[in-house]
Write a protein that binds this ligand. Structure first.
Ligand code: SAM
Length: 262
């Protein structure tokens, strides 16, 4: 089967597009950025609800189509661009935050999440309602110790509180994708200050901690260059010596990171 280009699986389930917009809450005083508006399934509803809507679409024929459709609605701005190159914070006026919505192009879901976290780190984002591949949705929402918890879960949860809202079958889209889809809501509340860690260093530490799934946390850190002596000194009392990174809470990870740096 031909793969749709640019992850273009358009939402054709009316109830679902309504639920996605409802999940954003009252947007009448908010700036909302939509990632990948496509033919406007979500844009159509949101245009009448948001104070300002910025729709970022990469497709060179869809973007002008949308611009034409919303030409008499000055609160809607269509930006033809790759969302990964757009500084999302620039749409925030003064000290307000912006919200994000999107039925994401699945081929770059993780990159988009990292891009959102960069804007969240600058305090520019409020909340996001995002459709993604079901497996990815389950991973970002998973708690430590459960099967789906991994680096993406830990990283996401350092930047946001995550709610898994609902799942849709392939038939909700045209053409139908090969996978089920999940809608998740993120409330951006970066935890770095609260946990006493710096964002850049701790992001890197998490990557090292989760580098090899089969290895224990200690082995992964040893492989990354931490020596046994400083690990013995900095290892938190409450953290099992043989734990894998997947089994450690973010609080414990932060305590370990602080211990290894002191
Ligand atoms: N929002 C529409 C819907 O729900 O029917 C379309 C969703 S479709 C899954 C993903 C959309 O993202 C497509 O319109 C595609 O052209 C667009 N897209 C793909 N890559 C993009 C990128 N890097 N930046 C912005 N938009 C992109």
């Amino acid at each position: 089967m031909r793969k749709p280009k640019l992850g273009q699986n358009f939402l054709v389930d009316d109830a679902a597009r309504q639920r996605i917009v409802d999940a954003l809450g009252d947007a009448s005083a908010r700036t909302v950025v939509e990632i990948g508006p496509g033919h406007g399934a979500i844009t159509d509803i949101l245009a009448g609800r948001a104070k300002r809507l910025v729709a970022i679409e990469l497709d060179r024929s869809l973007a002008p189509e949308l611009r034409f459709r919303f030409r008499e609605q000055p609160q809607v701005e269509v930006v033809e661009a790759d969302v990964l190159t757009v500084n999302l914070g620039r749409f925030a006026e003064a000290d307000e935050t912006v919200d994000v919505v999107g039925n994401l192009p699945y081929y770059i879901t993780s990159d988009i999440l990292l891009h959102l976290f960069a804007a969240a780190a600058e305090g520019k984002l409020g909340r996001a309602v995002l459709m993604m591949q079901r497996e990815v949705g389950e991973r970002v929402a998973a708690a430590p110790g459960v099967k789906d918890y991994g680096l993406l879960s830990a990283t996401t949860q350092m930047y946001a509180e995550v709610e898994h809202l609902f799942t849709l079958p392939p038939s909700a889209f045209s053409p139908p994708p090969d996978v089920f889809s999940s809608v998740v809501r993120l409330h951006f509340r970066p935890r770095f200050a609260e946990l006493g860690v710096d964002a850049k260093g701790f992001d890197r530490f998490l990557k090292q901690a989760f580098a090899q799934k089969r290895k224990t946390l200690k082995n992964n850190l040893q492989f990354a260059g931490y020596d046994a002596e400083s690990m013995a000194r900095g290892w938190p009392v409450g953290l099992e010596p043989q734990v894998r990174a997947e089994g450690a809470s973010l609080e414990m990870m932060a305590e370990l990171y602080r211990g290894l740096r002191s």
